[in-house]
Design a protein around this ligand. Sequence first.
Ligand SMILES: [Zn+2]
Length: 457
Amino acid sequence: MTADQTALERVFAHIEANSSSFIDRVMDYVRHPSISAQNVGIAEVAAILVDILKGMGFEAEAIPTRNHPMVLGRREKHPGKPTVLLYGHYDVQPPEPLDLWLSPPFEPTIRDGRIYARGIGDNKGQHFAQLLAIESILAVMGDLPCNVLFLLEGEEEIGSPHIAEFVREHADELKADLVVTSDGPLHESGMPIITFGVRGVASFELRAKTARRDAHSGNFGGVMPNAIWKLVHLLGTMKNEGGEITIEGLNDPVIPPTNMEREAVSRLPLDLDAIKADLGISQLDAPQDRAYFDRLMFHPTLTINGLHGGYGGPGSKTVLPCEAFAKCDIRLVEPLTPEYVFDRVRAHVERHAPDVEFVPLNGMLPSKTPMDNPFADVIREAIVAARGVEPLLYPTVGGSLPDYVFTKILKTPAFVVPYANADEANHAPNENLEIDLFIAGIKTGAALLTKLGEGTA
Ligand SMILES: [Zn+2]
């Protein structure tokens, strides 16, 4: 047994011995609301974090943005050792609807081995586990084994509108060798995971207006063009029944998965019948011959989010609508960008229905860290040390997070190592975190910093 293993085991023992006080403290922390959408409690919680970081020997401050501040802490005392940037967010979703909570959202309550509170899983409990990991290492070893930056955002739950600007402006202060985010859920089996990427997204609206006013479908049917038909036909040119996106050029740049990504995906557990049963579907979306994870990781999607127009009330109304609207999103895989996709959709609309208005809405770049990045192995070893099992490796997940600010703006490899249970009910009533996984998260954070300290930058 090496000296380092002994030190890490002593840190694990410290975490076990202090687990009940750690649970009390995370409950105290989530008792403070920090609802970004409603501007409730943001400054208070940012100040709490600055105090905690300073108490652990970090230089820390809440740095203003055009809206809610970023909390940035740094403790860099080991030149030559790696610097890890730990990212999280201290804002939470609004707790409504309140009547569906079994205990009030800001009065944390333990039931059946879980803490119930808004933000306990997403993300306050998870970054608090990182803070406690640092505190535990300091308590046992007296120093941190590597350099640590802590970046905690106050606007993640409202779409991170200022993080790109912040990261660009503070790029020098955010120089790190790797970024680790602990957010989101573990695999539903409780298996730990490492995620290397996210899909991006490009949202847009299509607006058709075919006449000055709605008309009688008998008196004007066959005379006046129907705005909903116009949109339906246009949408029909954008994706075929075989499930292929037929927007000219959209798929051309898509990079196929690497062998390493293919191999990682082949090891992921998959219970297709359970997924079908959960969704109540008998078959997956077209194309039928596409493997499950390929759908989520390696291909863009085109989703009609909503199609509106005409009459949808009770009974019938023989109306001929003059207006129709479609909201759509396209999930992006590397190297697609929202700009590229908007250009392709705009050109497609101009070609197929030039009188339909194309309105680009918001977009976010995809992000991917190569799976053979050397830090991937360090993180894997840390997870094995803390959890006793090999993590599942996800080349990408289907959803979108602003990881591109790290991989593309800072040009730093970024990894997501979640700590929460899969049924954390984030964004929903009765958000919760399994206490065992919270403690496992603290251990994982401690193991990560320790393993990073064994290497050189
Ligand atoms: Zn969230």
